[in-house]
Ligand binder design. Structure first.
Ligand SMILES: [Zn+2]
Length: 221
């Protein structure tokens, strides 16, 4: 009954075209937009994606970063659409379950954003995803272990070299004597060049952690 009323007030909408979905529909898109959610079956270290990092053992992604997903993630990040996190985490659920089991992951860590950006955006989009997923699949979440020391420029218009320089010493670890993580899974929204993940992973691996990554959407090179 409560669900029925809630559905009348806040009808569930297709995440891509915003058309209203039937009350009993448990999909995240309308039938027409379903084709734009393109799931990735393998990991992303293969020839097709070629997502290889020095400090990351294996990179995983859930769906392809196409023009439709780009718009959805953009709204999620910059459009004060914090509630999109719930639907997007739903998309990631099966893949993260598989990755955590396969690699015996101890802890999931969202890519941190700088406190200045947190202030303007109001939330860290990757942290929301990681928080929901951690509860759902019952794996430890650590949001404080790694933090962003440098307020880096937006990466979008920078070359790969510039991205690397931009990210130098961007991340720091909190010195916790009692932390004994062996295998860490980094969570982020988009994988494009992978330089942010790499920079994060470098710090973690310098402290003896084995690093994996899982991103919601992966751009084909
Ligand atoms: Zn739709």
């Amino acid at each position: 009954m409560l669900n029925f009323i809630l559905n009348l007030i806040y009808p569930k909408k297709c995440i891509i075209c915003q058309s209203i979905l039937p009350v009993d529909n448990n999909q995240i898109t309308c039938p027409n937009c379903k084709k734009y959610i393109q799931y990735i079956k393998e990991d992303c270290n293969n020839e097709f994606f070629n997502k290889k990092n020095v400090f990351i053992t294996r990179n995983y992604g859930v769906i392809l970063y196409n023009e439709y997903i780009k718009k959805v993630i953009h709204k999620y990040k910059y459009g004060k659409k914090e509630h999109y996190g719930k639907v997007l985490a739903e998309i990631m659920n099966d893949k993260i379950t598989e990755v955590v089991k396969k690699h015996d992951i101890d802890v999931i860590i969202p890519i941190p954003i700088h406190k200045n950006r947190f202030k303007t955006r109001g939330y860290n989009q990757s942290e929301i995803l990681a928080k929901i997923l951690s509860k759902k699949i019952d794996v430890k979440l650590d949001r404080k272990y790694i933090w962003r020391a440098k307020d880096t420029k937006p990466q979008n218009n920078l070359s790969i070299m510039m991205r690397k320089n931009n990210l130098k010493k961007a991340f720091k670890l909190v010195d916790k004597q009692n932390v004994s993580y062996k295998k860490v899974l980094l969570i982020d929204d988009i994988y494009t060049t992978g330089s942010t993940l790499e920079s994060c992973a470098e710090v973690l691996s310098a402290h003896g952690r084995e690093v994996y990554s899982l991103c919601l959407a992966v751009a084909v090179k």
